[in-house]
Design a protein around this ligand. Structure first.
Ligand code: SF4
Length: 208
């Protein structure tokens, strides 16, 4: 699969965080305000609370068995920093698993695990997992066939296949995000206008 614009060319830091995909899918304009007009973007309590809760989960996760994810043995790492000029993305991933192969063989796959504060599944969670997947594949030269979402309030694990459909959607969304950034053109508003009612950016959107 071809990647989008290569941000390594000019040595710049990858412009987007994997978590930006959530805002992009919710309403592209929110991400526009964030990256093109950063002075108008407040940091909400919810964003800060999410960060802190994610950190708190690491200790509990370390005591949890890998069996929660269906593995007898393997290696895991927490808070793994990832960055790719090729994908224009950077991230700190909650957990990575390298499951032990048969009879102690080296891992044949690497697996992203993303903690979520939500009780509800969401398509954007899967898109974020796909983004972690391509970053892991580049960093560790191993395939990512699946990822896990861990729902903290429910203490529940959901396995997500990192399939072609998800990878193609990731590439489309990243291409559109990078076009917005390079042209600095304001995207169309979200078609789900009910989201505008309580939006903190509403006073900047004059057409909704
Ligand atoms: S007011 Fe509506 S269109 Fe504007 S940023 Fe908010 S959700 Fe998006």
């Amino acid at each position: 699969m071809d990647a989008v614009k290569d941000w390594k060319e000019d040595g710049a830091e990858p412009p987007f965080r994997v978590t930006d995909l959530k805002q992009w899918v919710y309403c592209p304009r929110i991400l526009y305000y964030h990256v093109c007009l950063p002075e108008v973007r407040p940091v909400t309590f919810k964003m800060e609370a999410g960060t802190e809760a994610g950190k708190g989960e690491e200790g509990r996760e370390a005591r949890r068995s890998l069996r929660a994810y269906g593995f007898e043995r393997g290696v895991r790492a927490f808070g793994v920093a990832l960055s790719s000029g090729r994908w224009g993305l950077r991230a700190t991933l909650d957990m990575v698993i390298w499951p032990e192969g048969a009879e102690g063989a080296h891992p044949t796959e690497v697996i992203p695990v993303d903690y979520k504060l939500s009780k509800m599944a969401g398509e954007h969670f899967k898109l974020q997992l796909a983004a972690y997947a391509v970053l892991l594949e580049e960093a560790y030269d191993l395939p990512v066939k699946r990822g896990f979402l861990y729902y903290i309030p429910l203490r529940k694990v959901e396995q997500v296949p990192i399939n072609l459909r998800l990878r193609e959607r990731l590439q489309r969304e990243l291409g559109a995000m990078q076009e917005m950034l390079t042209t600095e053109r304001m995207p169309e508003p979200t078609p789900a206008r009910a989201r505008c009612v309580a939006c903190e950016f509403r006073r900047f959107c004059n057409d909704v």
